[in-house]
Write a protein that binds this ligand. Structure first.
Ligand code: DC
Length: 229
């Protein structure tokens, strides 16, 4: 299997943008596992799933396959495609974000996603993968595992800035509580909860610049890849 750099952590910890930059520096492909959960959630919503109601995992996955939900390599990373079109924007919508924790808590859906993620380095493509259970479940033998965190307020401010929203006290308080609810759902679920792998390197990005955070992971990865044995 090709090298895998696993970056796990809570929502808005900067995993995806960091993983993308690390991948670019190493010449690896970036693989955003949350994007595939979002793709399945988009299919579920379009197939009539409603928040709070029980989910029919088999029907959702059949529909996902029928519509060709897949990860396609675009030269730097993998993008989610649905029906032959990139679905990058649709998978970031508020309804998808509101329902993705429930969809990603279903074991059959996790198995389906994991199989697709494992196929990529299995076919020889070195990857930087970000998610919640990459180092613990999906790639337990990853070359390097990083657990990336940042303070809830820092994460909330980043999320608001990303969306071009104001970063006032009221907005920060609201976004911090939304993130806390998602963290609680992701960490408290019985299947593949968000937790740090025992052999992961913890990295708190609160006081680091983006460039410092990326450089730290790239250095760790290079050291692991040149280590004999
Ligand atoms: O990183 P993100 O916000 O795009 O992730 C969307 C959701 O998918 C998040 O609520 C948790 C879930 N997820 C997961 O359960 N396991 C992963 N490996 C990646 C994401």
């Amino acid at each position: 299997m090709a090298h895998v750099i696993a970056i796990d952590g809570p929502a808005a910890s900067g995993k995806s943008s960091t993983a993308r930059a690390v991948a670019e520096a190493l010449g690896f492909a970036h693989l955003d596992s949350g994007a595939l959960y979002r793709g399945v959630t988009l299919v579920a919503l379009e197939h009539g799933a409603t928040p709070g109601a029980p989910l029919d995992a088999n029907a959702i996955l059949l529909e996902a396959e029928r519509r060709g939900l897949s990860l396609l390599y675009d030269g730097t990373g993998f993008s989610v495609y649905l029906g032959g079109e990139p679905a990058d924007e649709a998978i970031r919508s508020a309804p998808v974000t509101g329902m993705v924790s429930a969809v990603s808590a279903v074991p059959e859906i996790r198995e389906w996603v994991n199989e697709r993620l494992r196929a990529l380095p299995g076919a020889g493509q070195p990857v930087v993968v970000d998610g919640r259970d990459i180092g613990t479940v999906v790639f337990p033998d990853a070359t390097l595992k990083v657990f990336l965190t940042a303070s809830p307020r820092t994460r909330a401010a980043r999320r608001l800035t990303q969306r071009g929203q104001a970063v006032g006290d009221a907005e920060l308080a609201q976004e911090t509580s939304l993130l806390a609810a998602r963290d609680a759902a992701d960490s408290g679920r019985p299947v593949a909860p968000l937790r740090m792998a025992e052999d992961a390197v913890p990295l708190d990005g609160t006081a680091l610049t983006f460039a410092e955070q990326v450089a730290e992971i790239v250095d760790l990865a290079r050291a692991r890849m040149t280590r004999p044995g």
